[in-house]
Design a protein around this ligand. Sequence first.
Ligand code: BMA
Length: 813
Amino acid sequence: MARCRSQQRCRAAFTPRCSAGASSRKWQKVNLVFEGVDTVAQILLNNVTLGRTDNMFNRYSFDIARVIQEVNFVEVRFLSAVSYAAEQSRCHKAHSIPPACPPPVQQGECHVNFIRKEQCSFSWDWGPSFPTQGIWKDVRIEAYNHYHLIYFSITPFFVKNAQQWYLEVESIFDVVSSKPIAGLVTVNIPKLQTQQTFNVKLQPGEGSIVLLVNINKSAAVEAWWPNGHGKQTGYNMTTTFMMEAGCQIEKVSKVYFRTVELVQEPIPGSPGLSFYFRINGRPIFIKGSNWIPADSFQDRVTYDTLRLLLKSAADANMNALRVWGGGVYEQDEFYDICDEIGIMIWQDFMFACALYPTNQNYLESVRAEVSHQVRRLKSHPSIILWSGNNENEAAIAGNWFSIPAPDRGVYIKDYVTLYVKNIREIVLSEDKSRPFVASSPTNGLESVKEGWLSQDPYDTHYGDTHFYDYNSDCWNWTVYPRTRFASEYGFQSWPSFSTIEKVSSPEDWSYTSNFSLHRQHHEGGNIQMLQEIERHFKLPQSPDPVKKFKDMIYLTQVMQAQCIKTETEFYRFSQSEIINGEGHTMGALYWQLNDIWQAPSWASLEYGGKWKLLHYFAQNFFAPLLPVAYEDKGMLHIYSVSDFHEDHKLTLRVVVHAWSSLEPVCILAKEGVTVKAQSALPIYKESISDLLERCRNCTRKSCIVTFCLVGEDGFQSPTNYYFLSSLKDAVGLEKTQLSASVSQQDDTYIFVLQTTAIAPFVTLDVGSIKGRFSDNGFLMTEKKKVVVFYPWEPTSVEELESSLTLTSLLDVV
Ligand code: BMA
């Protein structure tokens, strides 16, 4: 078996915790700590084996007191993750653990479920196979006497009856003295006039102390709110440990106050149970997407990469992301940023789309992983849920791996052992402040009732659902499940030409090139996009192959944006209704936010952070105030969707244009419309035939409906639209002359766009210049539109002008 070695020479330089006489001191304990090793390695110090690693998500600490010298030699001998996984699978004699290998289209490696490593690093349906290997997190030496603080966490609780906040402050120590160490711990939150001192006694060995800090009742605590619902206030807190032996420790932290409940209770008029999050006592509609690793190589993921992607999520009016279970537990900075900008995190444990072993070694490794990760992450208010895995309940329930009926029991038992008896048990003992579900999708309490594996985890009456359908018409909302919570749904598109250009050459620039096939890791993906486009648009016919390729890219993005807009709007307008026992939808997390490389995928942000049209659409379809239209049995319905905490009295404007003219055919203004707080309610209804009749000379093919909600002082929803026919059938659309003038205003650039005719899906693209527009891919029904460009790096008017391409649907030939 191939064995590779990576050596590292280092001088063990450690900073003493106490200054006095540190250099001459003999330390009672000296640890060599690896925050993360990817994955299978033997660790040696001065030629002495300290131990082995086999879990990328664990922290490893080796006692080196007896081995350390003045000059030291640390050696990390890696074993190929691919061979290790294969070997583990060979050694697993009990029963097979499918799937053995990914589908051939993914060109990946096998048996990833046998190694505790980023599951998508062996390939995924949106990602390459780069089974990385190396030291992927910090390595350090810790030297101490008496005691050492290993983990420190703060979790807030609110006691309703007493209307009192308190904090659970947990410290996990390694005490090296043979006798207990007594001392005082003081917690101070100056802004909340809260200071409390505790007498503590640390027992020898590893153990924890939990302090309950009552927040001064007369202090007005500002809670932490998700993006769009309030501020993300945090308070500075200092914790000082003054012990009778050893050094004084001072911990400076930011503490946040928020509660979270996952509400699963009966809904009048509907069988099943609700499934929604209550944050600080308020039901919150979850809007966002799913997060995958930001790069195949984690060492490339910087603070700036994370900030850009997460800020883009918040800028698109998202309030939540699901950290999907086939990637990694993200770095601390990821959660820090989410805390800061109000992005709630649905945190999966790292198991996805597979069955997993449950032998003793494996379970022990997972147990260590889970307690490490929960201890590391539980202080973050952004995390609102722990979830056992991605789609593994569904995999067993739907028999994805063709397990013969008589063997099913073994796999069910394995499932319960891993996610319930081990992972859940640890989560519940480590963190009582947030809910846990065993899988996604799941039926929640109903799955529990059915022995943690429900017959149909996709049941719309319970829990969350994942939904993908590439064969139906995505403009037709009736194909979507009226679920309680949509935690995954999506359609693919290609990233923009400027992104692909960086990793390809001219012979690759066609939709059917080897490159285009190679980068597509989802079986039939390119064809599916084509078929979805064909339903409503004319396919590109240009004789110029590059133009044809660019047109295809544009159309895949238009199609994806329009499909996910329709689906998301459906979930949002289904939040306050029960129809035929279904509804009360309280979450829409589309698949997927970001990309791991330059390839076709479900992402709305390209590798590098560029916004696809979908991301611009998300900004609108996730707007806090949005009118949404849908058609049912010849009737046009408009609902107001609002995430605001108060009702508003607004005017609904419904405008009908003929495709052939920038002058509206008819305008209707409905005044005094009550837009209910945190609801989706009907505000307008008209039969299409009446509407066409009212707006003389209109037909479904010749006209288009746009609408918005308007209040006083410029208060306005985005302008939304409803197509009365496919755009390939639209009559009257004329070729437009699009032009733009660019000027600079402080740190931003202003693009003034002009059109000579109505233009659907007007898209501004400035190639590789990093930044985003205030809006993009829009329907232009007015002569002029002002769009702002927010650059992410220095640029100039000249550079923007020379890179700008303007495209609308009529430019596709
Ligand atoms: C779901 C996800 C991912 C996958 C996506 C698109 O199953 O959980 O595994 O990438 O669909 O196929």
